[in-house]
Ligand binder design. Sequence first.
Ligand code: HEC
Ligand code: HEC
Length: 283
Amino acid sequence: MTWRTAIGTLAVVLTSIITAFWLINEPARMAEAEEGFEGRSIEAGAALFENNCTRCHGPQGQGLPGLAPGLNTQEMFDGTRVAEVGWAGTLHDFLYSTIAGGRPVPSAGTTYPQRMPTWSQEFGGPLRIDQVRDLTNFVLNWGEAYELGIAPTVQKVVTNPIDPVGTDLSTPVLPNGDAQAGEELTTTLGCVACHVQTDVGPAWLAEADPNGEGIGTRASARIEETNYTGTATNSEQYLRESIVLPDAFVVDGYPPSTMVMTYGETLSKQDLADLIAYLVTLK
Ligand code: HEC
Ligand code: HEC
């Protein structure tokens, strides 16, 4: 064997060893890449959760009084919750579809004043499908801690500290309303799910109304109608009545009790004032 052949043989052997090593490690590398991808998705989901969800579900997903249920709970991850709602698919699909579509109609037994908003652009929400996926991965990630038995005890919130405005139309006297805050509330409280994005309730915006009248204009006309059954004497009172006592007068063509019936018990004076201040601007 010349020294040239010896080196050639050595080179071939070395190359095979390196290739074999590379092949053996490939699945691990793929898994690592996948994990990296999932890790980034969870991170992106965390940021999205912070910006869009914590105001109702709390900073750690533990739920907030009178606003939204806890998501970071034992029951969510041990199968209790999906069984309770009769969901036949996986927890992933339950979370994904709830986040994507929201919950315009409250689940049985819940009295949250606000609806779970629709998030996916597919259904008219603000987020892309990949963002809904990131949020799903982020929520699912809490579950690992429960599976490993190392979940921190996140106190589930059950009490309701809001001082509610009640259903009396003359007291308390409402504070000054802020129309811009009211507009934001119509999204966070889920009013738009029935009044703007769909026609589950009467359209608020003039361009969607058959007579071209926004709710701000219509409110005063309603109390002049001969079939008006409520007790309001001006537009502000009509709006207040429509929100806290929806069945005092049911708009023609809509079934009674479709509107959330508990706003009087769950809205603060300020929230109600802000909502009215906004609605009267929709001429
Ligand atoms: C305006 C308040 C509000 C916001 C903001 C909100 N949610 Fe919700 N969410 C709710 C309410 C209320 C429910 C319970 C609805 C029901 O069951 O009637 C709910 C339910 C859910 C559920 C189902 C829980 C169960 O046990 O059935 C999931 C999952 C969820 N929200 C995820 C999210 C995510 C993720 C975000 C942010 C993108 C978000 N929510 C933002 C109010 C909100
Ligand atoms: C689940 C669907 C639903 C949600 C959510 C909802 N509404 Fe309604 N709303 C209705 C329906 C249906 C009617 C018509 C029947 C009636 O008069 O009660 C109505 C009627 C009204 C009216 C009277 C409209 C008119 O043309 O005279 C006002 C004002 C109103 N809603 C305000 C609100 C506000 C403010 C919110 C959120 C805080 C809200 N609604 C949330 C379904 C809904």
